[in-house]
Design a protein around this ligand. Structure first.
Ligand SMILES: [Zn+2]
Ligand SMILES: [Zn+2]
Length: 334
């Protein structure tokens, strides 16, 4: 079968690889469409420390069941959870397998879905009657939904989401679906426009206007109750704790690439809850599927390009050369 293989930084090619053999209980799937995200771009550029080469990337997946079992009929369309969990570590024992210490994500620590067929355990599959294009969006949106859960967002809250990429959009849609007033922050007007369509109530272009002044103005001088950071820079990590209200909650989804220095006083003075958010739980996947089912997400506007597998290496190259030109790229294997 054909697969996209990353051989070294900047080098991706389509080649022939052996078909997977289902282990006991695994489900054989035909991959239909795969979304590319920032972490795939980092893998392509050789900047993802968790990726070794050669590696088949791809973890945002829409597939159909080829060889099912009694619960999943052949031909069923599914989204899937690309994570694994050991069942034994502290996170797994606490019922939080999304943060398993020994997690291996498809396309990162193990080969991913940019290939014709894959096998997955049935508990990782989420059947849904949605188009393939939408099923690929389930995983990145679920990561944003999980951050909203970690921030304990309610309808009484004003939530600021820093960064309106794929994951940020999920946080915006998740926050809006809980009835919170959601403020979208980015430096790109196109992303902000899309963020409004995904459920944002207000926009701040922090490249053109003062983040602090606008947040104060929109929150009666108190600052947002919850800040969700989905950018991953030292400046936005710091701004999250500085801008959040007293006794507010800060949720970090991104990794800052460099160490971040803080004025630690704000943690204590404001008595902040600062939490990390990693991957997503099964209920986050199901909540996103309900959102898409209800046609509450601007799917067509969120996807900027669909290419066949053969053109995916070129798409990765142009994306790498011009990161701001694309929102979401999907690779079709239909
Ligand atoms: Zn992703
Ligand atoms: Zn574990």
């Amino acid at each position: 079968m054909k697969a996209l293989v990353l051989h070294k930084p900047g080098q991706a090619s389509i080649e022939s690889v052996p078909e997977p053999l289902p282990n006991n209980g695994d489900i054989l799937l035909k991959v239909q469409m795969v979304g590319l995200c920032g972490s795939d771009l980092n893998s392509f550029r050789g900047l993802n420390p968790l990726v070794s080469f050669p590696r088949i990337p791809g973890h945002e997946v829409s597939a159909t069941v080829l060889q099912g079992d009694s619960t999943l009929a052949k031909g069923t369309s599914v989204a899937l959870s690309p994570y694994s969990n050991c069942g034994e570590c502290a996170s797994c024992r606490r019922g939080r397998p999304n943060a398993c210490q020994f997690n291996e994500t498809l396309g990162v620590q193990r080969n991913g879905a940019l290939t014709e067929f894959i096998v997955m355990p049935p508990e990782s599959l989420y059947p849904a009657e949605l188009p393939h294009k939408e099923l690929c969006l389930v995983e990145p949106l679920a990561i944003g939904f999980h951050a909203v859960v970690r921030g304990r967002v309610t309808a009484d809250d004003t939530v600021a989401v820093f960064g309106c990429g794929g994951v940020g959009l999920g946080a915006i849609a998740g926050s809006d679906s809980r009835g919170a007033k959601t403020i979208c922050v980015d430096i790109d007007d196109d992303k902000l426009k899309l963020a409004r369509m995904a459920g944002g109530a207000e926009n701040i272009n922090s490249g053109k206007e003062s983040l602090h002044d606008r947040l104060q103005e929109l929150t009666g001088g108190r600052g947002p109750d919850v800040v969700i950071e989905a950018v991953g820079t030292p400046a936005t990590f710091r701004a999250a704790v500085e801008e959040v209200s007293f006794t507010g909650r800060v949720v970090y989804i991104g990794y800052a690439k460099e160490p971040v220095s803080y004025e630690s006083r704000v943690f204590v003075q404001k008595e902040l809850d600062v939490v990390g958010s990693r991957n997503a739980q099964p209920e986050d996947f199901r909540a996103v599927i309900r959102l898409l089912d209800a046609r509450k997400f601007p799917v067509d506007e969120a996807v900027s390009l669909i290419v066949p597998l053969e053109e995916a290496p070129d798409a990765l190259r142009s994306w790498s050369e011009n990161p701001s030109r694309f929102k979401k790229i999907l690779v079709s294997l239909e």
